[in-house]
Design a protein around this ligand. Structure first.
Ligand code: OSB
Ligand code: MG
Length: 374
């Protein structure tokens, strides 16, 4: 069945995190989230989420650039036209539009959900997912002091998270990681994420991280860099995982060819959607590179896409796919996302499409702006 969009609603909601989330480049507390509603000419509709944030401190995109790109450049190319499949949509969206992967992904992934509904399949099945439960991790923001981080980390393990990711930056790294390792013991799965906070001048310092036995160190260097990560990886025992700089299949190939990292964090929003995510997954698998699904503090709608993707076979490391309650007092889906005592999130497979129910009344209450395109 072909995909033919007849209407697109772009809505901005305000959703407040339970607590501030601090990474090396800034703090998030009040999230502005774009939710899309896509309507197909066949009478099917679905929701999707754009992972761009208010500020351009993770990628150059923001909520405002994404809204402009979707409304001015993407929607007019799709509305009323017929496409064979999500891959055809992806080609059309990428034709002479550079960058803006998060804007592109929000639309492209929505079309995958429509396709799943057309075929009467859960999204995870359409993508080729093989896992029924995903191992979950928690990403803990930068804390005021090591003791505060230790408290958070201990509580997270007690809740059942099998993996803890610790945000770091210069001045808030070695003592913090050391304190957590000391408290939780040598068996705990720990990793760190620097979100580009270091430079080539820090290599000696970064090598000291090796002593903490981390599962990986995520994106220590520049958000666009691959080459310098290769130099660092040669000196470090700890596997480097790239996040920011893997913006598509070619960058993943660069990482592998240059040995700039041993693990890839796939965020479908960062790479422009599922077509690219699947291609990166497959390339990594062929090359013996494990992948895991990162998060962007998504609402329950974006989470459904991440969970479906993470069900693919080479997602062998715990994902940043925490349950709704870790982020929000109340999520925009009903029921909310949960995690069992073993730290597993279940891939929804009991209905076609996303397998979640957006809470329309609640979403209405959170909405600050709506635009309709036909
Ligand atoms: O680098 O993975 C990151 C959140 C915002 C921006 C960047 C990152 C993150 C996270 C959050 O680590 C992970 C989650 O959604 O739980
Ligand atoms: Mg990261």
């Amino acid at each position: 069945m072909t995909i033919r969009l007849k209407k697109l609603i772009i809505r901005e909601i305000k959703l407040t995190l339970r607590e501030p989330f601090t990474i090396s480049s800034g703090t998030m507390i009040q999230r502005r989230i774009l939710l899309l509603e896509l309507f197909d000419a066949a009478g099917v509709s679905t929701w999707s989420e754009c992972v761009a944030d208010n500020a351009p401190n993770y990628s150059p995109e923001t909520v405002d650039t994404a809204r402009t790109i979707i409304s001015k450049w993407i929607a007019p190319r799709l509305l009323g036209y017929e496409f064979e499949d999500p891959a055809a949509i992806q080609r059309e969206i990428n034709r002479d539009i550079r960058g803006h992967n998060m804007a592109k992904a929000a639309v492209e992934m929505g079309c995958w959900s429509l396709e799943a509904l057309h075929q009467g399949k859960p999204l995870a099945d359409l993508l080729g997912g093989t896992q029924s439960k995903i191992v979950t991790g928690i990403s803990i923001g930068i804390q005021a002091n090591p003791a505060a981080l230790v408290d958070r980390a201990r509580a997270a393990f007690a809740e059942g998270y099998p993996k803890i990711k610790i945000k770091i930056k210069p001045g808030k790294d070695l003592a913090y990681l050391g304190a957590v390792r000391e408290e939780l013991g040598p068996g705990a799965q720990l990793m760190a994420d620097a979100n580009n906070a270091y430079t080539t001048a820090d290599f000696d310092h970064l090598c000291k991280i090796d002593e903490f036995g981390l599962l990986m160190l995520e994106q220590p260097l520049d958000w666009e860099d691959v080459f310098r990560h290769a130099t660092l990886q040669k000196r470090m025992k700890t596997p480097i995982c790239l996040d920011e700089s893997i913006t598509g299949l070619d960058r993943a190939e660069d990482m592998i060819q240059l040995a700039a990292g041993k693990i890839i964090n796939i965020k479908p929003g960062r790479v422009g959607g599922f077509c690219q995510s699947l291609a990166i997954h497959d390339l990594a698998r062929t090359n013996g590179i494990p992948v895991w699904c990162g998060g962007m503090l998504e609402s329950g709608i974006g989470r459904a896409y991440n969970v479906a993707l993470a069900s693919l076979p080479n997602f062998t490391l715990p994902g940043d796919l925490s349950p709704s309650a870790r982020y929000w007092k109340r999520d925009v889906v009903d029921p909310e996302w949960t995690m069992d005592a073993q730290g597993l999130v279940t891939v929804p497979r009991d209905q076609p499409g996303l397998g979640i129910n957006p809470d329309r009344d609640f979403i209405e209450k959170l909405t600050v702006r709506t635009e309709i395109f036909k």
